[in-house]
Design a protein around this ligand. Sequence first.
Ligand SMILES: *Cc1c(COP(=O)(O)O)cnc(C)c1O
Length: 411
Amino acid sequence: MSVQHARAPAVETVEAPAKRGFEFLNVPGPTNIPGRILNAMHRPALDFSGPEFIALSKQIFEDLKPVFKTEGNVFIYAANGHGAWEAALSNTLSPGDSILVPETGNFSASWADMAEALELRVVTVPSDWRRAIDPNAVEDALRKDTGHAIKAVLMVHTDTATGITSDIQALRGAIDAAGHPALFMVDAIASLATVDLRMDEWNVDVAIAASQKGMMLPPGAAFVAAGERALKAHAASSMPKRYWDWGDRMAKEHYRKFCGTAPEHLIFGLREAIDMLNEETLDGAFARHARLAEAVRRCVECWCAAGALQFNAVNPLERANAVTTILLPPDVDTETVRAMCRDHYRVSVGGGLGKLMGKAFRIGHMGDMNEPMILGCLGAVEAALKRLGMPLGEGGIGAAVDWLSHPAEAR
Ligand SMILES: *Cc1c(COP(=O)(O)O)cnc(C)c1O
């Protein structure tokens, strides 16, 4: 070993400090799991075809409906969000069908990829990932489809890669204005229980979600809500499927609702999560997300004043309440920022995805989150960025505190 290597390492490579106190999880999924949910899951398994579990899960299927604001059917899968994507497509479409997937970011791209693997033909409305989907562009794309070859419009509500939320109600309006009969499917994985989604009122035919984001649960459960038109499409769909098939899951025998053993512990946790949301109310959860997200935005806006960092979302009104995506200067790699935050300040932030890989980091603020958690995260991230020598505008944390010092109000 050379003398040089034997020298004391520079400050930044000194071993990370002892792991004491809370670890802050500010990735945009999985999110923090509240103690109440962990405790509810800490119990022995049940006979999944016995009366206790059947009564519990029957009630869960009912109680998920108001979370989606639908009277339709809700299906529960032992799967992650990708499973929900496949369930939505395979139940309603047939190989060779065309679908319209407006480009919101990495998640619309991945859903479209999956659709292609299932032999669907993807038409897109391109975007630069920095703005919400323009309903007029969707309307134009549908008007061009005079023969109604497009069978479904797949829309990601909040794209977790870009930190942008699109206006689902306006997109429904665009489909109606074009007089197009395509099904309207919404990926609400990052929006369920974080921002309003009115499935029936907004005429959404299929809405999908997963357990590990706004629902505060461990990963492993996927939810697919289907309205009447979607169930009609299911009857005509020829895409091969078994595990995902709604037909089996609508059978009388309860055990068929899960196509095998139910993910019981996720159901125990889900019971607690729904109870917690009902105590807070959905509107309360939306307002909390809006308030905390605004604290993040006010802080980040101050940081950006020095010109090194930028919001990915150009339009402030389109910035998501679930996650904030921050662009880094070209000479700084995401992993350097993530490692500094994680190893020295005990806060995990997300990296950039797809086109933004290596170019952005993301602060997740959805799920079980409150003021001290968000302030702790922002303070730690600011310290990490300063330590890396990032030029930052002053006053970020103060701006967040200032915003939170006012009575609760949504933007
Ligand atoms: C997290 C996420 C997904 C993917 O979910 P997985 O559980 O990782 O499969 C899809 N869409 C959106 C909008 C997401 O936030």
